[in-house]
Design a protein around this ligand. Sequence first.
Ligand code: SF4
Length: 219
Amino acid sequence: MHSEDDLLPLSGLQHLLFCERRAALVHLEQEWGENRFTVEGRNLHEHVHEAGRESRNQLRIARGVRLRSLRLGLTGVADVVEFRRVEAPAGVEIPAASGRWQPFPVEYKRGRLRSEEGYAVQLCAQALCLEEMLSATILEGAIFFGATKRRQRIAFDDTLRKATEAAAARLHVLLKGSQTPPPLFEPKCEKCSLLAVCMPKVAGWRKSAARYLEGVLDE
Ligand code: SF4
């Protein structure tokens, strides 16, 4: 179990699974850079959070829901948590509504429908936070893609739960180590908003230059 002071941002999981160096640059060195993808993503999240609560007969929708898990050592915000009316004993009780309601987290992402491990792990971490906070069991949620307005359902099976727990543990090790991993240029770097800060091509050149000088001086 972690203490309140030990909690890390849940959003760090997605950075971690994209690139450990990115996670360290953002959370250890407080670096940030915007590109088209991050601006579109931020606008989408702000729009979702501002929409307010919704209430229908069989459905309650909460937005911008604060999350925390002492077990995983994470804190964050869920874009949307839907509560769907179910038969007892399933679900949980919610304020100002009778009956039982099944929590169903929904994370909003820019662009078109696609599968990314980081998205599934981030959503599963939200579900694990909700399970701990509400003493609930949550078996699935969804990722909503803004460009196509389509949902991708994600099952929180054992494999995904274990991957999420491992990612949370790895994030704690990485950020407690206080050491940012070195850059390694890969095709995904072209999409990374920290490309200009990270300079993986230049840093790679510097490393080969250092190796070259080491070799020259050893001769
Ligand atoms: S530019 Fe590449 S190496 Fe650097 S943080 Fe981004 S993904 Fe990682």
